[in-house]
Design a protein around this ligand. Sequence first.
Ligand SMILES: NC(=O)c1ccc[n+]([C@@H]2O[C@H](COP(=O)([O-])OP(=O)(O)OC[C@H]3O[C@@H](n4cnc5c(N)ncnc54)[C@H](O)[C@@H]3O)[C@@H](O)[C@H]2O)c1
Length: 433
Amino acid sequence: MRMVVLGLGYLGATHAACMAELGHEVLGIEVVADKRELLAKGEVPFYEPGLPELLERHITSGQLRVSGSYSEAAEFADVFFVAVGTPQKKGEYSADLKYVDAAIDELVPLLSRDAVIFGKSTVPVGTAQRLSERAHALADEVDVEIAWNPEFLREGYAIKDTLHPDRLVLGAFEGGRAERIAREIYQTMLNDGTPFIVTDPPSAELVKTSANAFLATKISFINAIAEVCDAAGADIGAVADAIGYDARIGRKFLNAGLGFGGGCLPKDIRAFMARAGELGAAEALSFLREVDNVNMRRRTRMVELTREVCGGSLLGARIAILGSAFKPESDDVRDSPALNVAGQIQLQGASVTVYDPKAMENSRRLFPTLDYAPSALEACENADAVLVLTEWPEFVTLDPRQVAETTRKRNVIDGRMCLDADEWSRAGWTYRV
Ligand SMILES: NC(=O)c1ccc[n+]([C@@H]2O[C@H](COP(=O)([O-])OP(=O)(O)OC[C@H]3O[C@@H](n4cnc5c(N)ncnc54)[C@H](O)[C@@H]3O)[C@@H](O)[C@H]2O)c1
């Protein structure tokens, strides 16, 4: 099938390449010229394992093309995916829908044939209804149907998650063509037995925001228990392992540590609270404020712990920060807890050197005043404390004896509980979590 993907960021570029992989003919539309140029050459402007190979293959075959022209998009296909960003509004909790609105406003007046527009971006409940009304007003004698098809991919596993999702969700208005078209698009996955939940648009929108709210809550839950463990002298690792064996609870997302960040969970729970407030249901989600608070406290606690380890003051201390991406296997530093901590530690007078396997360029752009080293060992040179803040495999497998040869003191803080505590302690390190 011919289709257009509007917005080629983490979500859109992956979706476009995966749709080509499924055999569809895809045109990707991106407004940022630099990104477009790279993508058109088959190069991915961000780090996502496996995506460069997939993209290059389909750009070379012509199955996937990239453009900046909405007229070309309107001419090319009758099926569209909206994959533009929905960031948090500046100074507010709610989602900024200006990119989604712009995509609809630009596309719909150009359509000369009936079309179905699938929203993939994460949006507040009610958005599909609003956009549907907007599209009907803008459409020039053509029928434009809006449906919501939320995306659950995880950065670092984006291709696997797109091609082999846990489930597909479609929120379609009654009597439309969206379900039939979606079944055709995702036929390969549906034949593989992927569960397909077809519902109305508000429910589909809520599936995504509720899923993210649940994940955020689970992380903050274990971090709240970690606070109590700290106070009581208990071992959060043992508690998480033991409760995780309960099948009703499960061990995933129960890793205590520095908490969540990135371009999704923080802004999504805030937008969810804001939307509930608009709907008169603020009280129902007031617990998410606490989820957010617990999460932010982890960052403050990390700074305090570093100060404590450095003898009560960070002034003049040298701190090595290993990991700046918000999670491993990604170069995404949006709302990265690691960079947030790095910035706060620097503000308190320490000199901070950061190393990340993939996120150096993005980190430098966001925090140009931090020092950056080309390797983990170089970042650790003369450090008074080493902080592991993103659980990249290369940090997990660091040799503590080798690291000890470069640092000034042997203090390690394991912000992700990913190191072998005994091994580090045996090598003479004071290990803290
Ligand atoms: N990144 C993820 O892991 C992930 C997972 C699931 C859902 N989402 C959701 O997907 C959406 C996109 O997220 P992302 O991480 O890919 O963001 P992103 O910022 O990486 O990508 C958005 C892209 O859209 C482009 N764009 C903006 N306006 C445009 C327009 N009018 N026409 C064409 N292109 C335009 C931007 O230049 C950018 O390249 C968000 O709603 C996000 O919450 C993201």
